[in-house]
Design a protein around this ligand. Structure first.
Ligand code: FAD
Length: 408
């Protein structure tokens, strides 16, 4: 079948659905099509935020966005991004509720976000063609592209295909990114971000399943890169949890030696901690080291920290002298793990890198190379931190490019 579209959106995910609705609202007479590779639109959106969809964040700052030009994200999102987003979602029947700065649909159901986006597409007459994985594109006065069952001619195109995170089942195979790369678009190396970190396993494996609140710091070649406070989960392969996911980006982007240091007592300085350890030792003289931390730390964690500090659990608490108390405090403040890798795109929430933002206008997301060709969301070299930043960027790209495409 041959399709003729005034506006063709490639990819029916977060940014593509919003772009389609926005384009059709601004230009109701134009034929707006979504071409989606999977059998349904919004498959990734449904699994976001553990099915709750962390739709936005009240505190959008440049430092929460990454790429060669993070300011690009702020310029695209413009003034009052939260207000624009909330107005859009209210208009399709979704009100927001906030947990601290994190915004969610009041239903706490990601599926309801997809439903409301679909209902609005249907109401407006946006045409959706699923199982339409676009396999090439020709740029000219009009755009021509194809999928297994059809060809498309379009006056305007919005590319909203994402990258690799979440894997093929969620439509993230990077196919359209590679097509654009082969067409000469400048790209920035793509790596997983917001991803679990693999480490040397001697200690983490013994702690599998334990969660702690800690300051997690990434070191690259001994230099401090980034610290995040939050939950850390010990796994048999390494470390997970929000604090780790938020410092994972730089570890995944380098071949240089990285380490993660956990500060298990972030509110207490090392000297005070050493004194507290010594006081505890004086109080609990009758115990073996095996139970020294019992009642203060998770029992297994306490034992492993002591082993990490070089002590033997069979020894007596009376062996903790001033020097040992300082060693134990140092271990609690700097429990360190050598990074050996990450769990890959399939387990990552976002892909860092992508099509260079140099290729697109930060005013309306139109290509500087090809007039009337736009790009949105994760496909671009912008990625955000954990906490609603990635969906916010994707949705606002949809608002901006949809409006601009309608005005062409
Ligand atoms: C498990 C998980 C949880 C997440 N949770 C959150 C969260 O709570 N908050 C948050 O802010 N971010 C979250 N993210 C990140 C967020 O989902 C993405 O950053 C966002 O969806 C990107 O939007 P997008 O429109 O650029 O791409 P996508 O939403 O990935 O949409 C791209 C669409 O294009 C289609 N497509 C791809 N290639 C082709 C092709 N060649 N032809 C046609 N169609 C194609 C895909 O099938 C897909 O439907 C999460 C990600 C994952 C994997």
């Amino acid at each position: 079948m041959n399709y003729f579209a005034d506006i063709a959106i490639i990819g029916g995910g977060a940014s593509g659905l919003v772009a389609a609705i926005t384009a059709k609202r601004h230009s109701p007479k134009k034929e707006v099509y979504i071409f989606e590779a999977l059998d349904r639109v919004g498959k990734k959106l449904i699994v976001t935020g553990n099915g709750r969809c962390n739709i936005t964040n009240k505190n959008l700052k440049t430092e929460n966005f990454h790429g060669e030009n993070p300011q690009f994200a702020m310029t695209v999102m413009g003034d009052n991004p939260n207000k624009k987003l909330e107005e859009f979602f209210n208009s399709i029947g979704i009100s927001f509720t906030f947990e601290e700065n994190k915004g969610f649909p009041a239903s706490f159901q990601a599926s309801s976000v997809v439903d409301c986006l679909r209902f609005e597409c249907e109401k407006l007459g946006v045409k959706t063609v699923c199982k339409a994985k676009i396999s090439d594109i020709k740029f000219g006065k009009e755009f021509k592209f194809a999928f297994s069952d059809g060809t498309v001619t379009a006056k305007t195109v919005i590319a909203a295909t994402g990258l690799y995170s979440g894997g093929e089942k969620l439509g993230s195979d990077g196919s359209f990114y590679r097509i654009l790369k082969s067409c000469g678009f400048k790209t920035v190396k793509v790596t997983p971000s917001i991803v679990q970190i693999k480490t040397e396993t001697d200690f983490v494996r013994q702690l599998k399943g334990i969660k702690v609140d800690a300051n997690a710091t990434l070191y690259k070649n001994g230099n401090k890169i980034r610290t995040e406070f939050g939950e850390v989960l010990f796994c048999d392969y390494g470390l997970s949890g929000p604090a780790i996911m938020n410092i994972s980006r730089e570890a995944a982007r380098t071949d240089e030696m990285c380490q993660i240091s956990l500060d298990l007592a972030p509110d207490t300085d090392k000297d005070t901690l050493a004194k507290a350890v010594l006081d505890r030792a004086n109080t609990l003289k009758d115990r073996n080291l095996e139970d020294f931390f019992t009642g203060m730390l998770n029992k297994r964690l306490g034992q492993v920290v002591l082993k990490y500090a070089g002590l033997k659990l069979a020894d007596s608490v009376t062996d903790i002298d001033k020097i040992a108390s300082e060693t134990i405090a140092a271990a609690l403040k700097d429990f360190r793990f050598k990074v050996t890798g990450n769990t890959g795109f399939i387990n990552s929430q976002v892909s860092a890198g992508g099509i260079s933002t140099d290729e697109f206008s930060d005013k309306n997301l139109m290509s500087k190379r090809y007039k009337n060709f736009f790009a949105c969301g994760e496909l671009l070299d912008i990625d955000g931190d954990c906490g609603g930043f990635n969906l916010t960027f994707a949705f606002l790209c949809g608002l901006v490019s949809g409006k601009a495409a309608a005005e062409v």
